[in-house]
Write a protein that binds this ligand. Structure first.
Ligand code: NAD
Ligand code: MG
Length: 372
């Protein structure tokens, strides 16, 4: 069977690549993988949840294209894997296989596996090729596209890394059928983000069809992933290293990051859940500053809540928030420049922009409202 396939191209001159999106595309992707690896086996890196579920179909696709798969490297699942210790053992395992400049890595998993594998590819022999096979909604619409790779340090998340673009991305929406619903919803926050940033028609489509995306309708999922990848590819294509428009992708992330930091970047609040709450705060802040109609903020909140995402910090069970701590944490964000926080605000649905001179009292008021 040949799966219905959308191809999104990320144009970056010699570093351009295709993102293949569709239900079942992995099964048909052997030839595309072989074209990158020149018919040889890539070194597959996966995690302990994803390997048992999806490694067989990847290997079957490669066998069909004449590739004899080599044993995969399986890392523990979860954010804790993105650390120095696991990076060291991953690098030693890769180098122990006697690699050459032409060796290709393949990341099969969510953003954790994509980020650490991409960074390994950027580092091994000063840079070898890699392929992304993202298996979470978040990684399909966000982390697998754009070339940010890296690991965490005790000083903060994603502080060690490199820009290193993949050679190919294979986003098979069928792999999402095994993803826990809470993870699907967390990824959905990033889907909605593209609508809120610059695609008002897509946001209106999501208001009609978002539930189908979350519930697993394959045509709706393909459309949502394709539009999201197109949106990210368009932005990265003009601003690969985040000196301008790429910052818009941080809508909701400065607030969300502070909430995640306060809850230890764990299961209490998933990244996408923090982003959902943070996007609502960004719209509320925009309204408070007189920049955005209240009706648009209401729509953003109603849609995210409607699919089942948290929209207020107070929605997060079992946490007592410390607003002063959140304010301090925001001031330490990676996006701070010359001591000023860059906020992503909006003039309405699909009309996001960056702003650096936001008064502290308004920010605090929005936080107070969200936690109470
Ligand atoms: P993840 O990789 O931890 O995956 C979430 C959970 O789902 C894990 O337990 C994983 O084992 C499991 N899983 C993955 N695919 C599955 C499947 N198909 N079926 C069942 N279970 C599955 O987390 P994530 O949300 O995919 O990614 C988060 C990471 O991505 C963070 O480290 C974040 O910093 C990073 N990120 C990077 C970028 C970037 O541009 N590089 C952008 C956004 C996020
Ligand atoms: Mg994000």
């Amino acid at each position: 069977m040949t799966a219905t396939l959308d191809t999104v191209r990320l144009d970056l001159g010699p570093r351009s690549y295709d993102i293949l999106v569709g239900d079942g595309v992995l099964s048909d992707a052997g030839e595309r993988i072989a074209a990158v690896t020149r018919g040889r086996a890539p070194i597959v890196v996966t995690d302990a949840n994803v390997g048992p579920l999806h490694l067989d179909s990847l290997n079957a696709a490669m066998v069909e294209a004449g590739i004899a798969p080599s044993p995969a490297i399986t890392l523990p699942a979860g954010e804790k894997t993105k650390d120095f210790g696991h990076f060291q053992s991953l690098m030693n395992e890769i180098l122990g296989r006697g690699i050459e400049r032409s060796t290709v890595l393949l990341a099969l998993g969510g953003g954790v596996i994509g980020d650490i594998t991409g960074f390994a590819a950027a580092s091994a022999l000063r840079g070898i090729d890699f392929i992304q096979v993202p298996t979470t909604l978040l990684s399909q619409v966000d982390s697998s596209v754009g070339g940010k790779t890296g690991i965490n340090s005790p000083h903060g998340k994603n502080l060690i890394g490199a820009f290193h673009q993949p050679r190919l991305v294979i986003a098979d929406t069928a792999t999402l059928d095994t993803l826990p619903r809470r993870e699907v919803l967390a990824g959905y926050a990033e889907v909605a983000k593209y609508g809120l940033i610059r695609l008002p028609d897509f946001f209106a489509w999501l208001e009609e069809n978002g539930r189908r995306v979350v519930d697993g309708d394959s045509a709706a999922r393909r459309h949502a992933v394709t539009v999201s990848c197109r949106a990210k590819a368009d932005i990265v294509g003009v601003d690969e290293r985040e000196s301008g428009d790429r910052a818009l992708l941080n809508l909701g992330h400065t607030f969300g990051h502070a909430l995640e930091a306060a809850t230890g970047f764990g299961q209490t609040l998933l990244h996408g859940e923090g982003v959902a709450i943070g996007m609502v705060m960004a719209f509320d802040l925009s309204v408070r500053l007189g920049l955005c109609p209240a009706e648009d903020a209401r729509r953003a909140r109603a849609h995210l809540a409607g699919v089942g995402l948290p929209v207020r910090a107070a929605d997060v069970a079992g946490v007592t928030w410390d607003v002063d701590g959140l304010v301090r944490s925001m001031a330490k964000d990676k996006k701070v420049q010359d001591g000023r926080i860059t906020f992503i605000l909006a003039n309405g649905i699909g009309k996001a922009f960056t702003r650096r001179d936001v008064d502290a009292a308004s920010v605090r008021a929005v936080l107070e409202e969200s936690v109470s």
